[in-house]
Design a protein around this ligand. Structure first.
Ligand SMILES: [Zn+2]
Length: 356
């Protein structure tokens, strides 16, 4: 679902690689091979891998700076545009967010300095040669680090410069509005990049443009959602009118419930109202498509790992659990009886109603 897989843990963060990074690698290798043969292909792939190492260093710049403010970075995902360090939370003070954002590009500047000290050419002389295989690996790497730093300092989401820009905007307006402005900037950049990529026939640029566009949009939505979630309690967001199944109901009964209601997930409650789990429409359809007899109990396909919260829990605390893939969050009384539940859809509805 996330289109990325793990390379293991480094300095306390899980290093993940997005599948498009390999597309980039394959494209670079193939393009060089078909125009200049195997040695060029090897050199170009080596270049991309070295670039990949610089991107990792950039992300650890963010992660290690965040750690100074007591914030962990559970994972770092590498994308062709420079990777995403997923911080466990955002720094409370805007100035800390600025430092965390600047730490990434700063690492690329340091690498550039080191490469120049090792004998790489200055950017202006190498710029003209970046696309040719004549230019040395060192020169190209130095140039691309400068480019990474510059690209990431564009003051728009999802680039690091967008965070700095938002932090400055936050001095004048609320965070949701500031994010929306920085994200709109990101979408303008994305359209420009996409146009550039299409007109110059560069598929990587088009890919980057799509990433920037989608990431800018989702950052904006995420911030808006969290801002609403901070003000809402579980009891204000939960679904209270629903059809529940009993542990003795069959798959046929569950199927009938899917037809006769608009629900996509059904809580299974025992005689005293205690939650046993959830039967989801997706699992039910999968079971019915297979050879499972309809007389089987619905509990055989029930998801039992359902997070539970209290009526007065903040909605913000349940958001992450929902986005990690739980079908629903059960809202329970102290005694353990389920009084309602929360799904992604009803949070979406809540957003539309509360964000005005
Ligand atoms: Zn960065």
């Amino acid at each position: 679902m996330t289109w990325s897989f793990s390379l293991g843990r480094v300095l306390g963060s899980e290093l993940r690689v997005h599948v498009t990074f390999f597309l980039l690698l394959a494209w670079v290798g193939f393009a060089a091979y078909s125009s200049a043969g195997l040695p060029a292909a090897i050199e170009n792939v080596a270049f991309v891998l070295a670039l990949f190492a610089c991107v990792v260093a950039h992300e650890f710049g963010h992660a290690l700076m965040a750690r100074r403010f007591g914030i962990k970075t559970p994972d770092i995902t590498l994308l062709p545009i420079g990777g995403l360090a997923r911080l466990e939370r955002m720094p409370e003070q805007p100035i800390q967010e600025v430092w965390v954002a600047l730490a990434g590009p700063a690492v690329n500047i340091v690498i550039w300095f080191v490469l120049v000290a090792l004998g790489a050419g200055m950017p202006l002389e190498t710029m003209a040669q970046i696309d040719t295989t004549d230019s040395s690996l060192l020169n190209r790497l130095a140039y691309v680090n400068l480019l990474l730093a510059a690209f990431n300092m564009i003051p728009a989401f999802p680039m690091d410069g967008g965070r700095v820009f938002r932090a400055l905007l936050c001095l004048k307006m609320d965070r949701v509005k500031a994010t929306r402005i920085a994200a709109s900037g990101g979408q303008v950049v994305a359209v420009a990049l996409g146009f550039l990529g299409l007109s110059s026939g560069n598929p990587i640029l088009v890919l980057i443009a799509i990433f920037v566009f989608v990431a800018a949009n989702s950052e904006s939505q995420d911030v808006a959602m969290r801002s609403v979630a901070r003000r809402v309690l579980a009891r204000d967001a939960m679904i209270t009118e629903f059809r529940a199944l009993s542990p003795t109901d069959s798959l046929a009964t569950a199927a009938q419930a899917v037809i006769s209601t608009t629900q996509h997930e059904f809580p299974v409650l025992d005689g005293s109202g205690v939650l046993q789990g959830f039967v989801t429409r997706d699992r039910l359809f999968a079971a019915l498509a297979g050879d499972t007899p309809r007389s089987e109990p619905a509990t055989s396909i029930m998801e039992t790992d359902i997070p539970r919260v209290q009526l007065t829990s903040g909605l913000e605390t349940v958001l992450d659990t929902l986005y990690k893939g739980a079908p629903a969050i059960a809202v329970c009384t102290q005694a353990g009886n389920m009084v309602g539940y929360i799904t992604r859809e009803n949070i979406g509805e809540l957003m539309v109603i509360r964000s005005r």
